[in-house]
Write a protein that binds this ligand. Structure first.
Ligand SMILES: [Zn+2]
Length: 140
């Protein structure tokens, strides 16, 4: 049972290369990393199942990787990648806006944002299901 991983995690692509049929998006993200021209926020839009959260996770891991491959892929070997892969990264925060959408949740988020990244270069907040941000939207 210890080695059990749910299929949604087991089969989620973990490199830009393994994301299927979204080359325009993955190339755009890779070029942004290659040219060091990162925006302070990215909005991934589209119907369910096209890879919005997957691309956001890969992007977050890749920009914090200290040992990028020439193909602009995360190494999965460095401390930042290992921390990300075991869901214990202090830099990459995933927040489900469907269940954390109160004004108090946004206050907690703005308090967290003040803390600089502990390792790696960027502190990344992935806010999933952001359309569900109704009551906390103005605070956000
Ligand atoms: Zn790495």
């Amino acid at each position: 049972m210890e080695n059990f991983i749910v299929s949604a995690r087991k089969y989620r692509p973990d490199t830009f290369q393994t994301v299927v049929a979204q080359a325009s998006i993955t190339n755009t993200l890779k070029n942004a990393i290659k040219s060091s021209q990162l925006a302070h926020a990215y909005l991934f839009c589209g119907p369910r199942g096209v890879g919005k959260t997957t691309c956001a996770r890969i992007f977050a891991q890749t920009i914090n990787c200290t040992n990028l491959s020439p193909e602009i892929e995360a190494c999965n070997q460095c401390d930042s990648c290992k921390a990300f892969n075991t869901s214990r990264s202090f830099n990459i925060h995933e927040l489900d806006a469907a269940s954390n959408n109160s004004v108090d949740d946004i206050r907690n988020l703005t308090d967290q944002v003040r803390i600089p990244p502990q390792m790696g270069k960027y502190s990344v907040y992935i806010i999933d299901e952001v359309h569900a941000f109704i009551s906390g939207f103005n605070a956000f």
